[in-house]
Design a protein around this ligand. Sequence first.
Ligand SMILES: Nc1ncnc2c1ncn2[C@@H]1O[C@H](COP(=O)(O)OP(=O)(O)OP(=O)(O)O)[C@@H](O)[C@H]1O
Ligand SMILES: [Mg+2]
Length: 316
Amino acid sequence: MSAVDCQGLRKVFRASVRRGVLSRENSEILALDGVSLKVERGVIFSLVGPNGAGKTTLIKILSTLLIPDGGSAFVEGYDVVKQASKVRSIIGLVLAPDKGFYSRLSGLENLIYYGRLYGLSKSEATRRAKELLDLTGLGEDGLRLYEEYSLGMRAKLSIAKALINEPEIIFLDEPTIGIDPLSARRIRQLIKDLATGGRTILMTSHNMWEVESLSNRVAIINNGRIVAEGSPQELKERLQLTYRIEVEIMWAEAPDMDLPVAIGERGYPVVSLTTNRPSEDLVKLIDEIRSRGYSIGTVRVQEPSLEEVLTRVLSG
Ligand SMILES: Nc1ncnc2c1ncn2[C@@H]1O[C@H](COP(=O)(O)OP(=O)(O)OP(=O)(O)O)[C@@H](O)[C@H]1O
Ligand SMILES: [Mg+2]
């Protein structure tokens, strides 16, 4: 059984468009247009795509906050509509902005409150809350009032809250948004550790580097439809994205080569080529340069990025 299994999910929102002070038209927005998706247990699965693509809507349906207009969705085998309370007990959810905190309570008190809601005893809830404050890097800030929290502190507390019930599956909608680089790194490590420990993560992010470094699988969603899915490597291979090799030649003038030569950042000539067999072609190129009696400076091999995949898929 998959951790998440949805078939043909549809969600329509009624939206109002204002064309003037008195004129208002009602229209319909197809936020999800037949989304089918399987997420296997223990993987980190990312949803990526432009603003308004439907990522948050999908996460809200899977976490029982929205009811779909069509299709079906199961989380750990439980129906998100018919068995919503069961689903809620086994998931953790981070949505930004998180409106679920009491501003006059400290971060710690808020977490204890949620722990109690999940049925933990007072001492268990306190122990778990403190552990999560350390795990997310909030530490001593846990004692301050929530209303005084910075954006990043709020984001960390919301991750801590999502983990209070030791969920099997964790939905993270843009978990590192507004978080400083060192804390974001800690959160990425936390996400990895959770997956290594057997938890399933379904997340969204606009940071393609982050998605690439974390995810086992990625789905690209556009206009409410999944338009590509696979591991980051598979997606790159499927699109036949190429590597770029650049070799600097320690030679003051234009060297005699059969490939394009440009002047690099350090003022030396640089030969470059694009290929989908980077290792073989790099060796060949180096041999070629040496055989002409030139010496080699820096060598750079640029891998195709997930950002290129996204750009390519979305631009058709
Ligand atoms: N409560 C709502 N009422 C009306 N329309 C909505 C509502 N929630 C979402 N939508 C619309 O549904 C579409 C999908 O929105 P969604 O929030 O799922 O996008 P997203 O992929 O999460 O985008 P982003 O990257 O900006 O977070 C958008 O057109 C959005 O305006
Ligand atoms: Mg969103």
